[in-house]
Design a protein around this ligand. Sequence first.
Ligand code: ATP
Ligand code: MG
Length: 372
Amino acid sequence: MTGSGGGDWQRDLVRELTDGPPPEGGVPHTSVPEPPPRAQTEPEPPPRTETGPPAPRPPRDPRVPAPAPESLPTIDPRLTIALGSPRPGDSAARRAGAGLRRLTASAGREVVEQSRYAEELQQPVTTGRVVAVTSIRGGVGKSTVSALLGRTFNHYRQDPVLTLEADAALGTLPVRMGAESVRWSAGDLARVLSPAMQLTDITGYLVPVADGGWLLPAGQGRVGAPLDVGTYRTVTLALRRYFAVTVVDCESLPGEVARTAMDTAHARVVVAPMTAEGVHGTRQVLDWLARLPHSALASTVVALSAATPDATLDTKVATAHLREPGVTVVPLPYDRHLAQGGPIHTAKLARDTRDAAVRLAAEVMGRAVRVR
Ligand SMILES: Nc1ncnc2c1ncn2[C@@H]1O[C@H](COP(=O)(O)OP(=O)(O)OP(=O)(O)O)[C@@H](O)[C@H]1O
Ligand SMILES: [Mg+2]
């Protein structure tokens, strides 16, 4: 934990991760044993007859550990090659002007702002804080914003940060976080969680993120059953013990998991697309949040995301409209690196994107710490 006082337990946990003894119960992500032959744990279902449905599968023996899922690539390697190299978010002209900008009169004000955000981001927490990210519809930038938040929290904090995918199958968070393969999902972890587990046991089931921090995917990128509310509750409640901040990349509203996540999180981010209909729809979400208990609006921040360079909606008007119910709005500019898709490389982000991500994370952290 950053700061003093009650944070020592988490510092100990971090130490355990680097110096401590190998986990007893956990299975490291990199050396998970191959699953035993299927027949050992899961008998083949009886053959289907011509006339009726198959007989039910006999229940699995709970004394036999479930086989480890196989590690699967998050993206077909041929597509990774086809993506080309990461593109800088800023144009060459803007990158050349960046040095000059640092010498201007506004530079001092920027430094003051940055240190205020850093202070907010490094606040100690007594128990893990959960931040839910959602939107009124799909494809507006939830996973991108979640990845930016996870990386920003991790950059500023000494204690463990988790980015959790709570989307239906085929989410893009693992790719955006730079995970090349995934093995364990939130559902798998929910089945093996026990109060005796140490952080080192838990991280054996997580994907380490290259810049630091951890990732727990919702699935293995196959079409399948979406994460259910029970699993979501089990995982978030248990993992709050180990992680100072958990960023949850939710499905779109009004999905049940998204509603549960929004209702139970310490702070919320609603991603609004920079279109008239997107802003209008997001305003409806804010009005719904206002009716939730636990002062949900007071702990909500809107990320106004320009996912296209062709957006013509006036940012000031859109911001004012969204602010009316009493939330803070942080515009996230169009960024060529983010538009490219694929893994997000922090060093390639446009300067304005990095600034916006830091401001967004600071606003969210301030609310997550103060509320409840
Ligand atoms: N600030 C931005 N600048 C440029 N492009 C962006 C930005 N934010 C998002 N995008 C683009 O929008 C696409 C969709 O974003 P993302 O996958 O984060 O949306 P999502 O809301 O998580 O979608 P889904 O509902 O499918 O989970 C990204 O692949 C990227 O190309
Ligand atoms: Mg997504």
